[in-house]
Design a protein around this ligand. Sequence first.
Ligand SMILES: [Zn+2]
Length: 172
Amino acid sequence: MNKHVQQAVESILNSIPELQLPINIESIAKSRGILIKPYPLGDDVSGLLAIENGKAVIGVNHTESKVRRRFTIAHELGHYELHREEGKLFVDKNFKMFRSQTSGNTPHNQRLEQEANAFAAAILMPEALVKQEAAKLEFDLGSEEAIQILSKKFDVSSTAMCIRLSKLGILD
Ligand SMILES: [Zn+2]
C-alpha cells in the first residue's frame, strides 16, 4: 500500500484512545467534521463526497446493505483525507470493491480510486487488529467459518475480508 495512505489511516486510528471493533466509521468521519447523509442516489451510485465552502458532506446510498454503506463511508473519507485538494466532488458509481469504475477512467482517476479503496480497507480492518483476531480463531484461517467470524467482527463483507487477509499476507 502507498505509504501516504498508510500514514493517513494510522494517524486517524492512533488518535482514537480505545479502538473497538467494529470500527465506528461514522463517528470517525464526523470527528473529522464531515456530515453524513443518507441520499436517494439511484441504483448506480454508491456514494459521493461533496465539498462546499470547506464543508464536507458524504452522501451514502441508503438502499445498499450495511457493510456496503460502511465501506462507502470509509472510501469517501479516504477521498476527503487524501484527495480533497483534487476537486470538490467525487461521485462513486457502484464502485466494485477494490476495482475502480469511475467515469473518466483515466490512470490518474484509477489511482485515486485505488487509494480510496486501500484507505477504506485499512481503516475498517486495521492490520494489528486483524492479526490479533485472526490469532484468536479456533478455525483454520482459510475456512468459511473463520472468514464469517472475522467479517462479522469487523462488520465488512466476506469478500473485503478475504482480500484484506491476502493483502496482509495472512491468507494466500
Ligand atoms: Zn471513489
